[in-house]
Design a protein around this ligand. Structure first.
Ligand code: F6R
Length: 610
């Protein structure tokens, strides 16, 4: 998730931009840069790495001027590098742009511009924006930006400067956040409030499709079509820490709430224009190569491995190819049967997990083709794999993984459908039916989140127990494993996830009066079977909380003590919904026990040792 800061006023802009960018560091970034109007014109300094690198460069050669834009980049198109960092300019070096988000049709636009003779320096989607604006410029930067924006599809927030109009800073918001700060004789733009909180507490919050034209003395607000709009000033009374968490108490809760956006972003640009088929243009594996694959191995650790368990069912159901999912630390020592006809899918949020990386190398040594699903462009896993699907969850700060897991599920759905299209195992109507259901998932997650209070009460009651169980069958079992891990890692309550039908083979001995059993019952073809297993635990005094599909509440309420209904979707897609109440359950249980939710004991965000 990139960070944008912009300033127009009477003070030196460089320190304001750098300080602002530092306040956005929590969003994660791999490179940074600023553009400032100096006496020489519009000048840019940018570099890969931490902000300290940028500061180092600017120390010897500062950019002096009172108008500027700055950016921290979190790579999505093109690896982290000096040249891919923002701000980007056009060929005349008169226009400079910072951008947060994704331009879906950038390749098309880039090709058109190249035909017109434009030269591009970077691999980014952003660079085309400065070129487009330059093409459209006829003496009014506002009109040029509006015309350029009309040609772009996707999600973006922009800050734009042109040397032709040094007293104006233009900002646009289209599905990526952007705010305007209002000061005396100075104005700001930023991706988030912390970046400017030290200078002003009065802001305008832009909505999608809105833009602002900033001068030292005023802010003109309008739609991207150019219709003027009026807005109330929002006065921020949060402290800095609260502002970084966008008003949420913890990063984990914020990230749980970011899942609808993460789903949309991970799907964006990966469907055909009519939304009826999948188009994974980033994959270099050809249909012939994919057809030659006779088995798939999914290898990962922890939460990512749990996404891989769901991935196994997705690929087997959609593409009808046999899949095994393994824990990475076990995989390479069990002498797995890997041949050139094996596709090995490694899944890793960080892309740096030592066990996963070792498994990837083992797979390559044995001649397999490797596909990585990762959240970090330019990570070791992304660099070493043959193909990469980037999950666009944005940086995950909380140690407990939430939005990365669900974005990995989305990546598996997309890949499974792509695979099915190539093999012809599912007809077009079915693929388009699944995609339509996937597009409803973000709203359905929002609905679950709006009922968080219900889960909070359950969490408070389970937090009083030392042990509990999660049970489910089929995909519900895969999600139960993730629910149990989440609870253990942040609340330190001992829990076990069991395939519901397996309880009677020993574990029932542990079910005693009052023990909480969290049951997932979303796979309706297995519902009766799971209900029989629930009877077994109820008979021994368990207190059963169930996660069920909407519409089944009355029926299931007869067999359980309490329940939570998730919106209806296709059985294959339910993990993308049913995990959300479990994430909330562990969050609120940890909170009730007074633990450090974002930094649980004995767990690191990136495990780079074996
Ligand atoms: C759980 C968690 C860990 C990670 C695991 C793999 O919330 O964070 O179980 O999922 O260490 O990490 P990545 O996905 O970075 O390879």
């Amino acid at each position: 998730m990139c960070g944008i800061v912009g300033y127009i006023g009477n003070r030196e802009s460089q320190p304001i931009l750098l300080e602002g960018l530092k306040k956005l560091e929590y969003r994660g970034y791999d490179s940074a840069g600023i553009a400032v109007f100096t006496e020489q014109g519009l000048e840019v300094t940018k570099t890969v790495g931490r902000l300290a690198n940028l500061e180092g460069r600017l120390q010897g050669d500062p950019l002096r001027g009172t108008v500027g834009i700055g950016h921290t980049r979190w790579a999505t198109h093109g690896k982290p590098s000096d040249v891919n960092s923002h701000p980007h300019m056009d060929n005349t070096l008169k226009f400079s742009v910072v951008h947060n988000g994704i331009i879906e049709n950038y390749l098309e636009l880039k090709e058109e511009l190249m035909h017109q003779g434009h030269r591009f320096l970077s691999e980014t989607d952003t660079e085309i924006i400065s070129h487009l604006i330059a093409v459209e410029y006829e003496g009014d930067i506002v009109k040029a930006v509006q015309k350029a924006v009309r040609k772009m599809r996707g999600a973006f927030a922009l800050g734009v400067l042109t040397e032709y109009e040094p007293d104006r800073l233009v900002a646009v918001r289209y599905a990526s956040p952007l705010i305007i700060g209002i000061g005396e004789g100075e104005k700001y733009i930023a991706s988030d409030i912390p970046a400017i909180l030290e200078h002003t507490r009065d802001i305008y919050i832009l909505n999608d499709g809105e833009m602002a034209v900033l001068t030292r003395d005023g802010v003109e607000l309008m739609t991207v079509e150019g219709n003027p709009i009026a807005k109330d000033v929002f006065h921020v009374d949060w402290d800095l820490m609260t502002a970084e968490k966008a008003g949420f108490d913890h990063f984990m809760l914020k990230e749980i709430h970011e899942q609808p956006k993460a789903y949309r972003d991970t799907m964006r640009g990966r469907l055909s224009d009519d939304g009826k088929s999948v188009s994974l243009t980033e994959l270099s594996i050809t249909p012939e190569q994919l057809r030659a694959i006779n088995r798939v191995h999914i290898v990962a650790c922890g939460t990512a491995m749990h996404a891989g368990l769901v991935g196994k069912t997705i690929i087997e159901q959609l593409a009808r190819v046999p899949v095994e999912t393994d824990v990475a630390s076990e995989y390479r020592y069990r002498s797995p049967i890997i041949t050139p006809e094996t596709l090995v899918i490694v899944v890793s949020q960080s892309g740096e997990t030592a066990d996963t990386l070792a498994a990837l190398r083992e797979a390559k040594r044995n001649g397999a083709r490797v596909l990585a699903i990762t959240n970090v462009v330019g990570s070791s896993v992304a660099r070493e794999a043959d193909d990469v699907i980037i999950t666009l969850a944005g940086p995950e700060i909380a140690v407990a993984s939430t939005k990365a897991y669900t974005s990995q599920l989305i990546a598996f759905y997309l890949f499974g459908l792509h695979y099915a299209q190539v093999l012809g195992t599912q007809d077009e109507a079915f693929v388009s039916h699944v995609l339509a259901a996937m597009q409803s998932l973000p709203e359905q997650v929002e609905k679950i989140l709006s009922q968080a209070e219900v889960i909070k009460k359950i969490a408070e009651s389970i937090s009083r127990h030392a042990n509990l169980f999660f049970i489910g069958r089929g995909l519900d079992y895969a999600v139960a494993l993730e629910g149990s891990l989440k609870l253990k890692e942040i609340s330190y309550i001992h829990s076990e996830a069991y395939a519901a039908g397996e309880l009677k083979h020993g574990t029932l001995a542990l079910i005693e009066e009052g023990i909480p059993v969290i049951s997932l019952i979303t796979q309706e073809d297995l519902q009766e079977k799971t209900l029989s297993n629930i009877k077994e635990v109820k008979a021994r005094g368990a207190d059963v909380f169930a996660v069920v599909n909407e519409g089944n509440e009355a029926e299931i309420a007869k067999s359980v003590d309490s329940l939570f209904a998730i919106p209806r979707t296709l059985p294959l897609l339910t993990p993308a919904l049913s995990v959300v109440p479990l994430q909330l359950l562990s969050y609120y249980a940890s909170l009730a026990l007074g633990h450090d939710v974002d930094k649980p004991r004995n767990l690191a965000k990136s495990v780079t040792v074996e």
